[in-house]
Design a protein around this ligand. Structure first.
Ligand SMILES: NC(=O)c1ccc[n+]([C@@H]2O[C@H](COP(=O)([O-])OP(=O)(O)OC[C@H]3O[C@@H](n4cnc5c(N)ncnc54)[C@H](OP(=O)(O)O)[C@@H]3O)[C@@H](O)[C@H]2O)c1
Length: 241
């Protein structure tokens, strides 16, 4: 399959869950891959699978909350690939807790990872994305549209992420760049397993959205003709009772 032949995809959160599924799905369609994350061992294991279908896969170990790491990445991408066509923001963190007790330190970490980091990375790579008339996806959350009890900090960061995506779309559509927000419900991943543990619920991955389902939404949307732009997609688990 060669839908993304000659295209370079940068994937955050590529070491796990939804980001990993998107990276492998895009590699299966012939894209060159830049895999981003802090856990190099996991990135290398994913790269090994991706190399079966992708012409070039490079792992970049970085902490998205460190601005110097993003600056270094930008320089390395210019040297290693010279172009960026697809930017996939999947990295994220969540901490649960009601406002009366939730820690501000947790809030700060979620803000830095879920809002500031995708903003800074997009800003760094935007010249290359404009030059390629590329595409950007922000993996948001159902919590980015509706905030329920106990998830206020995370929901606030995801609402902010939607605002960034919407403003950016308005700024770059005229330059040929498409911007997508995807709002998944509960998805089987290490993050969701940890959420269930905190909530005291059984983690039953078979009854959740699969990371590959979210990847399929992104790949299909990225593959649409240039006469169409999908701006927002909500996707949730579908389980027969
Ligand atoms: N799972 C769900 O139910 C669900 C539902 C809706 C939306 N989402 C969203 O989907 C996205 C992916 O979540 P997931 O379920 O795939 O979670 P996951 O399996 O926990 O993966 C999270 C990813 O984020 C990366 N990451 C976190 N902090 C980072 C940092 N400071 N620097 C670099 N990378 C960092 C992790 O990489 P390293 O640890 O290697 O750094 C990891 O690859 C998130 O934005 C999440 O909010 C998830």
């Amino acid at each position: 399959m060669t839908v993304f032949k000659n295209q370079v995809a940068v994937v955050t959160g590529a070491s796990s869950g939804i980001g990993k599924a998107i990276a492998l799905g895009i590699a299966a369609q012939g894209a060159k891959l830049c895999l981003l994350g802090r856990k190099l061992d996991q990135l290398l294991a994913i790269a090994k699978i991706a190399e079966e279908t992708s012409p070039q896969v490079v792992c970049y170990q970085l902490d998205l909350n460190v601005d110097e790491d993003i600056e270094k990445l930008k320089t390395r991408l210019e040297v290693d690939f010279g172009q960026v066509d697809l930017l996939i923001h999947s990295a994220g963190v969540i901490t649960l807790g009601e406002l009366k007790t939730a820690s501000v330190k947790d809030f700060d970490l979620q803000y830095r990872t879920n809002v500031r980091a995708p903003y800074v990375l997009t800003q760094a790579l935007l010249p290359m994305l404009i030059s390629s008339q590329g595409q950007i996806v922000f993996i948001n959350s159902s919590a980015g549209l509706t905030a329920k009890a106990g998830v206020g900090q995370y929901a606030a960061t995801k609402h902010a992420l939607k605002a960034i995506a919407d403003s950016l779309r308005d700024e770059v559509n005229s330059l040929g760049v498409r911007v997508l927000s995807v709002f998944p419900g509960r998805t089987a991943s290490p993050m969701q397993a940890a959420i269930c543990e905190t909530e005291g619920k059984t983690y039953n991955p078979d009854r959740l959205l699969q990371p590959e389902d979210v990847a399929a939404v992104v790949i299909h949307t990225f593959s649409l003709p240039r006469t169409a732009e999908v701006t927002d997609v909500q996707v949730r688990p579908f389980v027969k009772s």
